[in-house]
Design a protein around this ligand. Structure first.
Ligand SMILES: Cc1cc2nc3c(=O)[nH]c(=O)nc-3n(C[C@H](O)[C@H](O)[C@H](O)COP(=O)(O)OP(=O)(O)OC[C@H]3O[C@@H](n4cnc5c(N)ncnc54)[C@H](O)[C@@H]3O)c2cc1C
Length: 374
């Protein structure tokens, strides 16, 4: 690919920032347009599995995050009421030997910052909301809400579940509400008043589950995220809720779970959406990655992982050929089967519940996987 091509990335989330870092390290002129005026350390925890850590290694961010996040010794699955251990997947040194990288749980903001630090200074324009995207004569155009217009040779839509770039490719397709919401609480672990909690546990109930894990090396901050059936009619992307509401949804769960929920000074709830699988992720010089083309349930903790892998593979495909159209076709052919499988398994919500080999997820290396010829 000619390195003098202009690449515009819409969205500097986890996927867009990774795309910028990968493309820039390969010598491309890649610029990012982000609607937020700045990023803050908010959100919650995130699982940074071995497949993500290998991408962080590729862009030089692995050590930075390893200094902040925590390496759980195991991922433990427990039965919701009795606490019986259903499965324990060894991580730490065993995970490193098995999957080629370790496994971290971290603050989502710390993961984001570690990636953003690998993006060239000044190449992200904040406060730039893309309202409309079009292409003609091999050139792509972004129309911004401030009246600005950007021309580029390639536009990468990393603009999340309500993507404007997707709209330009397939028209309006509303993401599907799954009928479940996620409660999230993040707070200083000292509020647990000495309650002993394992590093990383998923408690499996009949219709709901809760993950509880530390997100800092020092174990100073703890996080929980649930999934529970609940309607969502609000147009907001999240809302506050009370501990009592979460405790009601987790009635009968093990005392440890209920104590953790009760200790959270603030809890929020988030609707869970999916973007149904699409036949194509591109149109001419426009191409999608991450939640924009395959937002998935968070039940495998793999949505961000898929966005980060997409970004890496797309950048490698663009490096591998001088023809952007065949590069994009190769990207789709390489990524679609994996993303489809992750979406399906995630929807089933069975991953790591009982003994299994997760190597097909964690063993993947987006920086090395063979690129499928289109
Ligand atoms: C409760 C919950 C828990 C989760 N836990 C995990 C986990 O543990 N591990 C994991 O891998 N995944 C997890 N996920 C999924 C993960 O958060 C997403 O898959 C991931 O954030 C997708 O990244 P992205 O870059 O594609 O999109 P986003 O992170 O949504 O980023 C999109 C970016 O584009 C910007 N943008 C949007 N529209 C425009 C526009 N018009 N113009 C300019 N900029 C725009 C946004 O401001 C944003 O910065 C979880 C999701 C949920 C809901």
């Amino acid at each position: 690919m000619k390195r003098d091509m202009k690449i515009a990335i819409v969205g500097a989330g986890l996927g867009g920032a990774t795309a910028a870092a990968c493309l820039q390290q390969a010598g491309f002129d890649a610029r990012v347009y982000e609607q937020a005026v700045a990023f803050e350390r908010i959100g919650g925890g995130i699982h940074v599995s071995a497949n993500v850590l290998k991408v962080l290694r590729y862009i030089g961010a692995e050590q930075r995050l390893a200094d902040l996040g925590i390496h759980p010794d195991a991922f433990t699955s427990r039965k919701w009421d009795t606490g019986e251990i259903l499965f324990e997947l060894p991580l730490g040194a065993t995970g490193l030997a098995q999957y080629g990288a370790s496994y971290l749980t971290a603050h989502r903001g710390d993961l984001h910052r570690s990636i953003l630090e690998r993006v060239e200074a000044g190449s992200i324009s904040f406060g730039k909301r893309v309202e409309r995207v079009a292409h003609s004569g091999g050139k792509a155009h972004l129309y911004l809400s401030d009246g600005g217009e950007i021309e580029a040779d390639i536009v990468i839509g990393a603009d999340g579940v309500n993507s404007k770039v997707r709209e330009a490719i397939i028209g309006i397709r509303k993401p599907r509400f799954t009928g479940a919401i996620a409660h999230r609480g993040i707070f200083p672990a000292k509020l647990l008043n000495g309650l002993e909690v394992r590093n990383c546990t998923k408690w499996w109930g009949p219709k709901s589950h809760i993950l509880i894990y530390y997100i800092e090396k020092s174990r100073e901050e703890i996080y929980f995220v649930t999934s529970a059936k609940e309607e969502w009619t609000s147009s907001a992307s999240w809302e506050y809720c009370t501990n009592a509401e979460v405790l009601r949804a987790f009635e009968g769960f093990h005392a440890e779970v209920r104590e953790v929920i009760a200790a959270a000074p603030e809890v929020t709830k988030w609707p869970i959406f999916e973007v149904e699988p699409m036949d194509t992720w591109n149109s001419g010089p426009l191409v999608l990655l991450g939640d924009a083309c395959h937002a998935t349930t968070p039940y495998m903790a793999s949505g961000a992982a898929m966005a980060i892998e997409d970004a890496t593979v797309l950048a490698r495909c663009l490096q591998a050929t001088n023809d952007p159209i065949s590069a994009i076709a190769s990207y789709e052919a390489t990524r679609m089967p994996r993303v489809k499988r992750v979406q399906e398994v995630s929807r089933e919500n069975s991953f790591l519940r009982t003994p299994m080999d997760p190597n097909w997820v964690f063993g993947y290396d987006a920086a090395k996987v063979p690129l499928v010829a289109a």
